[in-house]
Design a protein around this ligand. Structure first.
Ligand SMILES: Nc1ncnc2c1ncn2[C@@H]1O[C@H](COP(=O)(O)OP(=O)(O)OP(=O)(O)O)[C@@H](O)[C@H]1O
Ligand SMILES: [Mg+2]
Length: 234
């Protein structure tokens, strides 16, 4: 079976024009990811883990290589796909979970969480019921469901973020330290949800603050190393 994702000689180098130097975040990286596989990204601070996830989500353009994703409409190179195709994939197939919630002023927690379902056409009340279910699962108190997350604690914001990111199954999930400021209960709920999604065939690539939490899910590990800056001719 074709892999869901084929990463072929992928490179990303940051040019630091003011320094006349270049910093390679990763070079000629190759791996494949199949449906239902869980890949752990590891390495020290600055090794390029977040950069790799952002490149896979096309928040960054790679400086070399190919990134073939087997979408529902057929194979597409995420490195060269049009922005409109990337926007569609982000709505329908590829999710990115970070530790930071982008809270909007005067939008209630339950509305923020329900939004991905609303955008997919789910009726408002059904979407709100699902949102409350996931807020409860991750341990957000019912008093807060109709409040605005701009004033929530860091951990509470992260729980809202997770509920929103995981309310709708995706084919590929990119996870950048989603447990960094969670309490033990929410970490356990997250691992349970990721286990369910993996069983449903969702493929995942993630960086974890406490990799022990997800030990039972890991199929393979990609260790990234820190690189040296190099001088470049301008
Ligand atoms: N937009 C950018 N412009 C220039 N350099 C960048 C940019 N983003 C990241 N870098 C550099 O690339 C390197 C890799 O950063 P990245 O955030 O991917 O590391 P990481 O492995 O996620 O680290 P951490 O464990 O601290 O989260 C770092 O040295 C960082 O300074
Ligand atoms: Mg990082």
């Amino acid at each position: 079976m074709t892999p869901l994702l084929t990463v072929d000689a992928l490179s990303k180098t940051f040019r630091m024009h003011h320094l006349g130097q270049a910093l390679p975040a990763f070079e000629r990286l190759s791996f494949t990811l199949s449906r239902g596989e869980f890949l752990l990204l590891s390495g020290p601070n600055g090794a390029g883990k977040s950069t790799l996830l952002r490149t896979l989500y096309r928040s960054y353009l790679p400086t070399g290589g190919r990134l073939i994703y087997d979408s529902e409409q057929g194979p597409i190179d995420l490195a060269t796909a049009a922005d409109v195709d990337i926007a569609h994939l982000r709505r329908a197939e590829i999710g990115f979970v970070t530790q930071f919630l982008i809270a909007r002023p005067r939008v209630a927690a339950e509305e923020i969480v329900a939004e991905p379902l609303r955008l997919a056409g789910t009726p408002r009340e059904t979407a709100l019921d699902a949102a409350r279910h996931w807020l409860a699962t991750f341990g957000v108190k019912p008093d807060l469901w109709r409040a605005y997350p701009t004033t929530f604690s860091g951990g509470e914001q992260q729980k809202v973020n997770l509920a929103r990111a995981l309310i709708r199954p995706r084919r590929l999930l990119l996870l950048d330290e989603p447990t960094a400021s969670l309490d033990a209960g929410a970490r356990a709920a997250l691992v349970q949800r990721l286990t369910e999604l993996k069983d449903q065939g969702v493929a995942m690539i993630g960086v974890f603050h406490h990799p022990g939490d997800v030990a039972s899910l890991i199929d393979r590990e990609i260790p990234l190393k820190t690189k040296e800056m190099a001088d470049v001719a301008e």
